[in-house]
Design a protein. Sequence first.
Length: 92
Amino acid sequence: MFETGGSRLGRRQGQAYVHVIRGDKGVDPTPAPGGYALRLEGRLTAFADGKAVHCVQKDAESRPVCVAALRLDRLAFEDGATGALLSEWRPR
């Protein structure tokens, strides 16, 4: 979702954010002991109706599924235990 009339800079043209971890000399990499962290930084914006969040709920027993409108300023992939930066993207 993009803002109406918003800048086209930073749009990824359908490209995924990708970070590859490779092992040394053909050996499979060892997963980080603390896992990995995905850090999203930005601000909530609004959809065309002025709301920042839209939710749907299938029925009374189901949890709602929500999507938020946001302006993504930074996306980072980090080592979950140390916080060491593995990759980062700044789409705008």
